[in-house]
Write a protein that binds this ligand. Structure first.
Ligand SMILES: C[S@@+](CC[C@H](N)C(=O)[O-])C[C@H]1O[C@@H](n2cnc3c(N)ncnc32)[C@H](O)[C@@H]1O
Ligand SMILES: [Zn+2]
Length: 402
């Protein structure tokens, strides 16, 4: 494969000092936005593309909608495409005209990949998506790596996603879905958002609710594949299905939490029937309700396992941080919905420190409950055990009774 001056395939042992190396590519990141720390999310995007390229029996079209320096799409082209199936259209777009020449030079190695058709544009994402719809151009994979809240683009992105296609979505709007800007939560999510110790998970669930509602408007179904955050960027991978599954509407609900006693309760919108009393003994507790949000699974564990297996065949793609992320997500499908912070449990019980998470999970499982460590936030577990029992288990565990 020939290398251009802007980007080189990493078969070259030495990359120029100004180049950044990731996966199988070396490229210039330029002066615009680029974050090395986002590598795990890019690794995942490449593995999703690899999986699709290995499974789909038809030509594929992938869109890096907010490409920046082009690293995601470049990695798709150089890592995800087996030589046996070059029938791929790769689209790159970034609205910033100052990125165009960098993008062009970074993408030069793709010129040498036979059978790969490249399209690069410098358009507002809205325009590209709407033009694609008018032209009836559909994509199998769209990576929408946005600044801020991407919700204004969700409908037009889903409208040009093929059935069974994947949308990889990023949002850096942390304030509204975590209860820090309740007015913006109403505007962006059509939802109430209240402060909660599992705030990153709540933000992901609010985002999923927006995605599901938009898919349902087209009569389509939506399935979460992977959802995660490091607190700054909220990342979701979802699959669009031609039809809704039988119980999809049951996945929208409300989550209530009492700040005084810490109790939580969840209800599906379809079965909404008032709220039980919280654990406050004086009857003075008040539920703060968040939602509508997605109360279904967050991860598709079996699929993530397949991606991990694929990564073993393609070791250049998955960084150790990416592997840790996928392994963590694969162990926690995201149910039950209620997450509990061990630090909060400890402080409510005035314990000497947080109860050991894995031991607490095991005690809850032994007691017949569902329980697992949360893959979304460290130091948290999810369980269907009532809070009173959770307290009891923590006390016994810290007293060394078990
Ligand atoms: C988060 S950066 C992309 C980073 C890149 N995907 C990566 O992995 O390094 C977001 C990019 O979106 C571009 N952008 C912002 N708003 C846009 C819009 N409405 N349409 C198209 N591109 C946009 C910005 O110029 C910026 O390069
Ligand atoms: Zn209460």
């Amino acid at each position: 494969m020939e290398a251009g001056w802007g980007a080189v395939a990493c078969t070259h042992l030495e990359a120029p000092a100004s180049h950044y190396r990731e996966g199988a590519v070396c490229l210039q990141t330029g002066s615009g936005f680029f974050r090395k720390d986002s590598r795990p999310s890019r690794d995942l995007s490449v593995l999703l593309a690899t999986h699709q390229a290995s499974e789909a029996q038809r030509p594929l079209r992938w869109l890096d909608l907010m490409a920046g320096c082009g690293i995601r799409g470049l990695r798709w082209g150089l890592e995800a495409l087996p030589e046996s199936r070059p029938d791929l259209e790769l689209w790159f777009n970034d609205a910033d005209p100052n990125r165009s020449s960098l993008l062009e030079s970074n993408l030069q190695p793709l010129q040498a990949v036979s059978g790969l058709a490249l399209t690069t544009t410098c358009w507002a994402a809205e325009r590209l998506l709407r033009q694609a719809y008018l032209d009836q151009t559909f994509f199998d994979l769209i990576d929408l790596d946005a600044f801020g809240c991407p919700n204004a683009l969700v409908q037009s992105a889903l409208a040009v996603l093929r059935f069974d296609g994947l949308l990889v979505l990023a949002s850096t709007d942390g304030r509204s879905p975590t209860g820090h800007d309740r007015l913006a939560a109403v505007r962006h999510f059509g939802a109430a958002a209240r402060a909660h110790p599992a705030s990153w998970e709540i933000a992901l669930r609010l985002q999923l609710a927006v995605l599901a509602r938009e898919a349902w408007q087209f009569g389509r179904g939506l399935e979460p594949v992977a959802c995660f955050s490091e607190g700054r960027t909220f990342r979701l991978v979802v699959r669009l299905h031609q039809r809704m599954s039988a119980d999809e509407e049951w996945q929208l609900g409300l989550l209530a939490r009492c700040e005084r006693c810490g109790d939580q309760a969840v209800q599906a919108l379809l079965k909404l029937s008032g709220w039980r009393s919280c654990l406050c003994t004086d009857g003075q507790g008040r539920w703060a309700v968040t939602g509508p949000l997605w109360i279904g699974p967050l991860q598709k564990s079996a699929f993530l396992n397949q991606l991990l297996n694929l990564a073993d065949l393609q070791p250049v793609t998955l960084s150790s941080a990416g592997r840790r992320l996928l392994q963590r997500l694969q162990r926690d499908c995201g149910l039950p919905v209620c997450c509990w912070s061990t630090a909060e449990l400890s402080s409510r019980l005035s314990l000497s420190g947080p109860p050991p998470l894995n031991e607490l999970v095991h005690s809850l499982l032994r007691a017949g409950h569902q329980a697992c460590p949360s893959a979304v936030m460290n130091g948290q577990l999810r369980t269907d055990a009532p809070l009173a029992e959770l307290f009891q288990q923590c006390i016994q565990l810290m007293a060394g009774d078990r």
